[in-house]
Ligand binder design. Structure first.
Ligand code: 5GP
Length: 236
């Protein structure tokens, strides 16, 4: 690729594009877990995440959630609006799982109604510590009104995804999203919305169809991702 690489994360690379307000995100086949402690390459994983993300971004836009998505330009290549990212991971939880069960006395799978919003500060060196509203405001990451707007957007994303996955027989347990400000300062959903950043449990069998298959080493990761794409009606 001739474009200039601006940033390489654990599973995606961001390149400058031919237009100053737009970037190219390439979804790579790398998969990591445990703070990068485990790493592998899974052929076509980037394509699955790019395709599912693009589909979900489109549906979210239709539902009134502003996103950075512009279009797919190849199997794993997405053109997006340039955002100034807010270094927060906004996690919405409909059932208890993962770190919530490890750190607090919740039962795995316990329904959380209303859904719980948990926010982590994106800071690899400090292992992404959980923050609360006061810490976010004190760090100057967002103002009160923007923080409330970000949470409301995250819940709107949850509403759309719950309905969509529910109709496909999948239980949306939790997911992580990231937001940024566009050139007018408006909050938009950025990053990705894919099987790498959510938990999906099959309603029939209870099995995980997401990155937990990799984290827990329980089976065929790509097969699980392919089943989600198929349930969403995406031809790959
Ligand atoms: P947990 O806090 O239980 O590890 O994660 C909660 C949810 O957010 C899961 O769906 C998980 O995949 C997602 N998540 C949390 N942190 C990250 C992260 O750093 N990267 C990605 N891709 N997803 C994350």
């Amino acid at each position: 690729m001739s474009e200039e690489l601006l940033y390489a994360g654990k599973a995606k690379s961001v390149y400058r594009s031919d237009s100053p307000g737009e970037l190219i995100v390439v979804f790579r086949d790398d998969i990591t877990a445990f703070d990068g402690g485990r790493k592998d390459v899974l052929s076509r994983k980037g394509e699955y995440n790019a395709r599912v993300s693009a589909h979900l971004f489109e549906l979210l836009e239709e539902a009134g959630v502003p996103t950075h998505f512009l279009r797919l330009e190849g199997p794993a290549r997405m053109r997006v609006r340039r955002l100034a990212m807010v270094p927060l991971e906004v996690i919405v939880r409909n059932r208890a799982a993962g770190s919530l069960v490890r750190n607090y006395p919740f039962e795995s799978g316990e329904p959380l109604d209303p859904p719980l919003i948990v926010i982590d500060h994106k800071d690899d060196a400090r292992h992404d510590p959980m923050v609360n509203d006061e810490i976010i405001l004190a760090l100057g990451l967002l103002g009160r009104a923007e923080l409330d707007a970000m949470k409301a957007l995250a819940l709107r994303v949850n509403g759309v995804l719950l309905e969509l996955f529910g109709a496909c027989g999948l239980d949306l347990v939790d997911f992580k999203v990231e937001f940024g400000r566009d050139e007018w300062g408006r909050l938009r959903l950025g990053d990705e919305v894919s099987m790498d950043s959510m938990r999906l449990w099959s309603r029939e069998t209870g099995e995980s169809l997401d990155k937990d298959v990799y984290r827990l080493g329980t089976g065929d990761v790509l097969g699980a991702y392919a089943r989600v794409a198929e349930r969403l009606g995406l031809e790959m």
